[in-house]
Design a protein around this ligand. Sequence first.
Ligand code: SF4
Length: 346
Amino acid sequence: MKPLIYDFSLEELQQWAKDNGEPAFRGGQIFDWLYVKRVNDFESMSNLSKTLRAKLTEQFSINALTEITKLESKDGTVKFLFGLHDDHAIETVIMKHNYGNSVCVTTQVGCRIGCTFCASTLGGLKRDLTAGEIVAQVVRSQQILDARGERVSSIVIMGTGEPFENYDATMRFLRLMIHEKGLNIGQRHITVSTSGIVPNIYKFAEEDTQINLAISIHAPNDALRSKLMPVNRRYPFDDVIESLRYYQAKTGRRISFEYALIGGVNDQPEHAKELAGVLKTMLCHVNLIPVNHVPERKYVRTSRNDIFEFQRILADQGVNVTIRREQGHDIAAACGQLRAKHMELG
Ligand code: SF4
């Protein structure tokens, strides 16, 4: 299996050029073809010699993703199921907002975190994606947007997988995305979302970035969180909050909390009050996400009234809170469902 070209940094491509008897700037030209001109084959890299193009073709692969399914919503959301070289499948979503287009990327094939409301975890973790396989999702999205004269303005790492369990690949992906000679996505327009892998929250606090951090919290206390998210038994609620306080003290950055509202489970006024008690001293923002019906778990949707009441209680305590606008509702597909369906069929 040839390595994927998107796995390599600019410096590594420059080094590769030198190792192949070429000046380092050839590496920069390759980087430009990948991220600025966004070609799909080495043959199109017309300012490189035939010999160098042949070497690239011989040593690297460039096509990481094969489109299996594409679903387009009336609201502009486009959801893809992509096949990988080893026949695994992953989901990528392009969401259209009034401020631009965001891409939601996947970092692992499946997930072992086991959140009880999530279809992505039903078959467990198959493997980590490489940085290049994550990069390819954004490049492909940008190629699709190129046809409309639009660009990827933000990235959320909220697709299938736990990015902090694939930490090195995620960080390499992020560095490639923000590279000024590449897609040059603004750091403040990128959000990485974790279920609370405590050691890597501390590690992320030490990275010198402006990238946003989101935490899937989903419960206001240890006992309920352990029921909804088995990962909480490994990294308990209080330890997660402590690591976030450290992150905030270190970076001064606002943290986003994702809270999936599940009817009758974690969406009652007492849950909102308890959550407000924990978060009101933090610089943060809470996103409430009413979950879709998950047949495997018998979960139901929170009523409209309960959603607004939950929001009101948090806001009254001074917590910054919004209800996540649903996108792509008509193409169904809560995260992971497209892939789950594909696995059933396969
Ligand atoms: S919500 Fe995210 S972390 Fe939890 S099981 Fe699903 S993919 Fe994994």
